[in-house]
Design a protein around this ligand. Structure first.
Ligand SMILES: [Mg+2]
Length: 264
């Protein structure tokens, strides 16, 4: 427990492996705002990410619940690794891969129609992300959120090809069998290894339940290091290392940059 990523990273480099550093976006690199449309990467995180991505001995990426297109717009850097829709779509060294059963997208479209017929409060924001639909409940009370989610869970049941998950103030519906961030991260690792004939060791940084899915996958495979970004009481902190909010993560990113320079 509690081994900081910069220390593990130094050991991994000594073993001849390449660290694969992947960051969640909302609540990790960008402060949570009431309207998800307005979320922006913090200037400090952007500059740290830029420094990290310019270092040859590591490979850097983003894995978000947002669509690939959306998150790429919010991080103006030519990163080699991207994941959108919790890993349903990934882009590795310029090549995009869809990791879900696309035959289920028709059902998702149908569910979208059901959603638009529901009498949802106007503060509840529905976002169609092509490979999933997010229902944002950041602007309603926790009680109202529970009601909305109960209603949605009930409606999803009618679609056997679809599944749902809950994140921080968001309810998401997606094709069942979608990889989730954990499996997607290991698929990215495999793609990289095939393309570059190197061995990669994943480091992941995230703040939400959907990120803890990565931690589970790492534990299952006995490979990887997970830094949890604690940001409120909604998600219980768990990981190989825990930092306090976005500022805590930025301190760690500084240390990683320093460790990489120090061991050059
Ligand atoms: Mg997040």
């Amino acid at each position: 427990m509690n081994s900081p990523p910069q220390e593990v990273l130094t050991r991994i480099l000594r073993k001849g492996m390449t660290p694969l550093l992947v960051f969640d976006f909302d609540g990790t690199l960008s402060p949570i705002v009431e309207n998800p449309e307005e979320a922006q990467i913090s200037p400090e995180a952007l500059s740290l990410l830029k420094r990290l991505s310019s270092i040859d001995r590591v490979i850097t990426g983003i894995m978000s619940g947002r669509s690939l297109e959306d998150v790429k717009k919010r991080v103006p850097l030519p990163l080699p690794v991207w994941g959108g829709n919790h890993g349903a779509e990934v882009e590795v060294l310029g090549e995009t891969r869809i990791l879900i059963d696309t035959s289920r997208l028709e059902a998702l479209k149908e569910f979208g129609k059901v959603l638009s017929s529901l009498p949802l409060d106007e503060r509840v924001l529905v976002e169609d992300k092509k490979f999933s639909i997010s229902v944002h409940t950041r602007r309603v009370s926790p009680e109202e959120e529970k009601e909305v989610q109960a209603l949605l869970r009930e409606r999803v049941k009618a679609f056997p090809g679809l599944a749902w998950r809950r994140g921080k103030r968001v309810f998401e519906v997606f094709p069942s069998g979608a990889p989730g961030k954990g499996k997607a991260l290991f698929t990215v690792k495999k793609i990289l290894e095939e393309k570059r004939k190197e061995t990669y060791y994943p480091f992941y940084f995230g703040d939400d339940v959907t990120d803890k899915n990565v931690y589970e996958e790492m534990k299952k495979r006995g490979c990887g290091h997970f830094t949890f970004v604690e940001g409120g009481r909604e998600v219980s902190p768990e990981g190989d290392h825990i930092v306090n909010g976005i500022d805590g993560l930025q301190e760690v990113m500084e240390k990683i940059v320093a460790a990489l320079k120090g061991s050059a």
